[in-house]
Design a protein around this ligand. Structure first.
Ligand code: PLP
Ligand code: COI
Length: 362
C-alpha cells in the first residue's frame, strides 16, 4: 500500500484507572478511545494523507458540504478480544466493499479495501487496550465514516473528502440480553424508496428513521420496522438491523435485497450458518399481512433481528397505531438462541471459524 500512516500519540490519554472503569460496563456509544484515524482525499490527487491522531473535535468550515447536503457514509464493525488476549475483527472486507457501494451512491471517493483494513489495524495498534475482556458481549465498536469536507455551497459532489475512524467500547446494544424486544411498525413514514439511498449506509437514512423511532420509544418499543415506500405492504428492515422469520415447518425467510435495504453482513453470515445446518432459507418478499397471519396462527414460531450492534436479538412483539402482534413476554426461540451462540462463538474465537471470517488485528 503506497499511502503510509503517520502516528501522533495522544499525550493526554484517559488514565488507566478511568479506562478500566469504562471498560467494566461500557454503555453503547457513550465513550470513545484516545485516537482517531483521518485520511484525506482530494479531487485529481486521490488519497493524499493517512494519519492516526489524538481523538478530538473536527475543525471544519461552516460551509463544508457535509453540513448542508448530507454527503456522508459510515460503517459499523467490531473488534473482539479472544481468550488468549489477541484482537480480531469480523469480515472486514465485507464492510470495506459496502463502504465502497455507499460511496458510489453518495458520490464520495471509494476507500481502497486495503486502506480500510489498514485503518483498523492502525487504530487498534494504538488503542488496543480499549478492547474489553471477552465477557458480557463486550467489544470495541469501530465506526469508520466518510464526509464531504470541501467548503463550497454549490450543489455538486465535493472535491475534498475525509475518511475517519473512531471507536467506542460497548456492551450489548439492547440491555435486556436475550429478552425479546418489541418493534414499532412505521405506517406513516418510509425510510427509503425505489432508486433512493436505502442500500447505502448514509446518515440521511438514519435521520429519516428517527421520527418513527421516537413514536416507537413512546410505545415501549426499542426499534422501528419500515415497510416498502411504494405500497406500504412489504417488510423491509429495522432502523438498524435486518429481520428473519422462522416457520413451524422449519424453513427460515428474510426480506430479499431489492436495493432499498442494507446488505447486512450479519444477515449474510446468518444465511450461511442456516445453510450450513441444512435448513432451507428463503430470501423473498414478505408482506406485513403474511407476518401477522403467521404469528397469529403459529406458523411463524420465531422472529429475530440481526446486525453488528445488535448481534442476534429475538423479537417478541410488533406494535403499530392500529394493532399489536405477538407477545412481549415471548421466550427467545431455540434457533435464534443457537445461531446467536454460534455467531458470537466464532467472533470470540470459541467456535471453529470454518469460513475464515475472522481477521487478526493485533
Ligand atoms: N440495516 C440497517 C439499517 C443497519 O443500520 C444495520 C447495521 O449496520 C443493519 C441492517 C445490519 O448490518 P450489519 O449486519 O452489516 O451490521
Ligand atoms: C451497526 O450495527 O453497526 C449499526 O450501524 C446500527 C446502529 C443501530 C448502531
Amino acid at each position: 500500500m503506497s499511502l503510509q500512516f503517520s502516528v501522533t500519540r495522544n499525550q493526554n490519554p484517559l488514565p488507566v484507572a478511568k479506562r478500566d472503569e469504562v471498560l467494566a460496563a461500557p454503555v453503547f456509544g457513550q465513550y470513545r478511545t484516545d485516537h482517531q484515524v483521518v485520511c484525506v482525499w482530494e479531487k485529481d490527487k486521490g488519497w493524499v494523507s493517512a494519519e492516526v491522531i489524538p481523538y478530538g473535535p473536527i475543525q471544519m468550515d461552516p460551509a463544508a458540504a457535509v453540513l448542508h447536503y448530507g454527503q456522508e457514509i459510515f460503517e459499523g464493525i467490531k473488534a473482539y478480544r479472544h481468550d488468549d488476549g489477541s484482537i480480531w475483527t469480523f469480515r472486514p472486507y465485507e464492510n470495506a466493499k459496502r463502504l465502497q457501494l455507499s460511496a458510489r451512491r453518495m458520490a464520495l471517493p471509494e476507500v481502497p479495501e486495503e486502506l480500510f483494513v489498514e485503518s483498523l489495524r492502525q487504530l487498534i495498534a494504538v488503542d488496543g487496550d480499549w478492547v474489553p475482556e471477552p465477557v458480557n458481549e463486550k467489544t470495541l465498536y469501530i465506526r469508520p465514516f466518510e464526509i464531504a469536507a470541501e467548503d463550497f455551497l454549490g450543489v455538486r459532489a465535493a472535491h475534498r473528502a475525509e475518511y475517519r475512524v473512531i471507536a467506542s467500547p460497548v456492551g450489548p446494544y439492547f440491555t435486556g440480553g436475550l429478552k425479546p424486544v418489541s418493534i414499532w411498525i412505521a405506517l406513516d413514514s418510509a425510510r427509503a424508496g425505489k432508486h433512493g439511498t436505502g442500500e447505502a449506509k448514509t446518515g440521511g437514512n438514519y435521520a429519516a428513521s428517527l421520527q418513527a423511532q421516537g413514536e416507537g420509544y413512546e410505545q415501549g418499543c426499542s426499534q422501528v420496522m419500515f415497510l416498502d415506500a411504494e405500497t406500504g405492504t412489504y417488510i423491509e428492515e429495522l432502523g438498524g438491523m435486518n429481520l428473519f422469520f422462522v416457520y413451524k415447518d422449519g424453513h427460515v425467510a428474510t426480506p430479499s435485497l431489492d436495493g432499498t435495504i442494507l446488505r447486512g453482513i450479519t444477515r449474510k453470515s446468518v444465511i450461511q450458518l442456516i445453510q450450513d445446518r441444512g435448513i432451507e432459507i428463503q430470501e423473498r418478499k414478505i408482506t406485513l399481512d403474511e407476518m401477522r397471519a403467521g404469528i397469529n396462527s403459529g406458523d411463524i414460531v420465531e422472529v429475530f433481528a440481526c446486525g453488528t450492534a445488535a448481534v442476534i436479538t429475538p423479537v417478541g412483539q410488533f406494535k403499530s397505531r392500529v394493532e399489536t402482534i405477538g407477545s412481549s413476554d415471548a421466550e427467545p426461540g431455540a434457533l435464534t438462541a443457537s445461531l446467536r451462540e454460534e455467531l458470537t462463538g466464532i467472533q470470540y474465537g470459541r467456535v471453529e471459524d470454518r469460513h475464515n471470517w475472522m481477521l487478526r488485528l493485533a
